[in-house]
Design a protein around this ligand. Structure first.
Ligand code: SAH
Ligand code: F3S
Length: 478
């Protein structure tokens, strides 16, 4: 799997413990797996539980409550969580009073059965039921197993101010919508996160202002499908047609939300993820181009370069439409950073389809990408109707080919930055050297440079001198 910087999906960023310790309180240990939304949700959970007297700890052995916020996107992601759970047997033996909860997509997908399969688990809670955690924890403390996997039409946690945990104090996530209605045939997300609903723009702006006042410099607006954002007073996106004429007329879509946020916090950099090609409109592109503080970077998953496979995946676009969108982006936002998600070995994928994927990548030359082998997920349309018929060796070989090609393109794109002076937001110490900071340019590429007299949270001008396929190396200019 190819990855870039610390923008990571699924297996790449597993089990980061969140830290916030206070003496004399009940102790919560929480680990997050999977997408950025899960990391953001864990901050909501920590906020809900802090009101119940829980402080977080980085040491599971001293915890009263252990929560794993889980991912179901591929089989491997679930296996990772199960392996991790088995590790807690020893801890529970030592401290039988410790309660163990599974949150997130695995809880939603497997439901009560998880209690039978993993005997040490006390609590199972789906992504829309975190407000119920205090009650569920009490049930568990009384010796009963507790489950809530109800999906909601309304829940956006809009009024919960997340406890910022384990972060760098510079960049933060803000959830703007939940769920996904797209029903890509391979994807478990619509089943685990329910139907699309959006959060009140005012509560999003309020959260951005709180972050700005706390010294944050960059926010990422999060949703499974941000271009589909639609606020019309609350409720499911699919019920919009039934809304009143007044509600319809005053509805806020993603481009407007971006504009409102960009204007409300002009000193903040703004990013967003994830965009879906079929839902991305041209006014979003014009908005990105029009505001200096909206980063020139779009993560635009495509999944395959073959129209035949895209159709079987129920993606709402074909190869040509995707290319048209790429051309529009290049025209409206010159120098826009672009990344993708790609799946190899979807049922029925032939060598010719695979060549279509390689040639699409060759056309776009993405800055980076996240690439995966197809993993059949129980209950999805693809699992019910298609045979997982591409042999594992073939999936692996195709995956290696697209990863190699992406590496080449990443190097090519990075080389284009050499000699330029770019604005970088300092995020922290470089992983490889204590003498260097790392940060990102607007395109989301990691830039590493000697420390000098600046600190995390500063915007600096860096002259790019050299690069690898993953990183730009430079020097601050004054
Ligand atoms: N809209 C989402 C996509 C979630 S899944 C977002 O916010 O990122 C992230 C990526 O995982 C998808 O784009 C897809 O490339 C990959 N993926 C999803 N289901 C998969 C499966 N069954 N097998 C392999 N990869 C999958
Ligand atoms: Fe999954 Fe497709 Fe939605 S990949 S999250 S169903 S856009």
């Amino acid at each position: 799997m190819y990855h870039h910087g610390n923008k990571v999906i699924d297996e790449q960023r597993q089990g980061e413990a969140l830290i916030l310790t206070h003496e004399g309180k009940k102790k919560l240990y929480i680990e997050s797996y999977g997408c950025q939304m899960n990391f953001s949700d864990s901050e909501i959970v920590a906020s809900i539980l802090s009101k119940e007297g829980f402080a977080t700890t980085k040491n599971p052995e001293e915890a009263d409550l252990v929560l794993l916020n889980t991912c179901s996107i591929r089989e491997k992601a679930e296996q990772t969580v199960r392996n991790r759970l088995s590790h807690f047997h020893a801890i529970k033996k030592q401290n039988p009073d410790i309660k163990i909860g599974v949150l997130g997509c695995m809880a939603e997908r497997i439901k009560e059965k998880l209690l039978e399969e993993e005997k040490l688990v006390d609590i199972v809670v789906g992504p829309d039921a975190y407000r119920d955690l205090p009650k569920l924890i009490k049930e568990a403390e009384d010796g009963r197993k507790a489950v809530n996997v109800l999906l909601s039409k309304e829940e956006t946690y809009g009024d919960v101010n997340p406890v910022r945990l384990g972060g760098n104090g510079v960049t933060a996530f803000i959830s703007i919508m939940r769920g996904c209605d797209n029903m890509c045939t391979f994807c478990v997300v619509p089943f685990t996160r329910g139907r699309e609903r959006s959060r009140n723009p005012q509560s999003i702006i309020d959260e951005a202002k709180i972050l700005q006042d706390a010294g944050y410099k960059e926010i990422t607006l999060l949703g499974q499908n941000v271009d589909s954002y639609l606020w019309y007073g609350g409720g499911l996106k699919k019920d919009f047609a039934k809304a009143s004429e007044i509600a319809k007329a005053s509805a806020v879509r993603f481009a407007q939300l971006l504009r409102q946020v960009a204007e409300a916090v002009p000193e903040m950099r703004i990013r967003f993820s994830t965009s879906n090609p079929q839902d991305m409109t041209e006014d979003v592109l014009h908005t990105i181009a029009a505001y200096n503080n909206i980063c020139k970077y779009i993560h635009l998953p495509v999944q395959s370069g073959s129209t035949r496979i895209l159709k079987a995946m129920n993606r709402g676009h074909n190869r040509e439409q995707y290319i048209e969108l790429i051309d529009k982006i290049r025209k409206i936002i010159p120098d826009c950073g672009l990344s993708h998600d790609m799946i190899t070995g979807f049922p029925g994928e032939t060598e010719e389809d695979h060549q279509d994927t390689l040639s699409l990548m060759e056309y776009v030359k993405y800055d980076f990408g996240y690439m995966f082998k197809y993993s059949e997920r129980p209950g999805t349309y693809a699992a019910r109707h298609f045979k997982d018929d591409v042999p594992n060796e073939v999936k692996t070989r195709r995956l290696t080919e697209i990863i190699d090609l992406q590496q080449k393109h990443s190097l090519y794109r990075n080389q284009q930055h050499i000699g330029k002076i770019e604005e970088v937001l300092v995020e922290g110490v470089s992983k490889k050297s204590n003498e260097h900071w790392f940060g990102r340019n607007t395109q989301n590429t990691v830039v590493v440079f000697p420390k000098e007299n600046v600190k995390p949270g500063d915007f600096v001008k860096v002259k790019i001198l050299e690069c690898t396929s993953a990183t730009l190396l430079g020097q601050i200019v004054h």
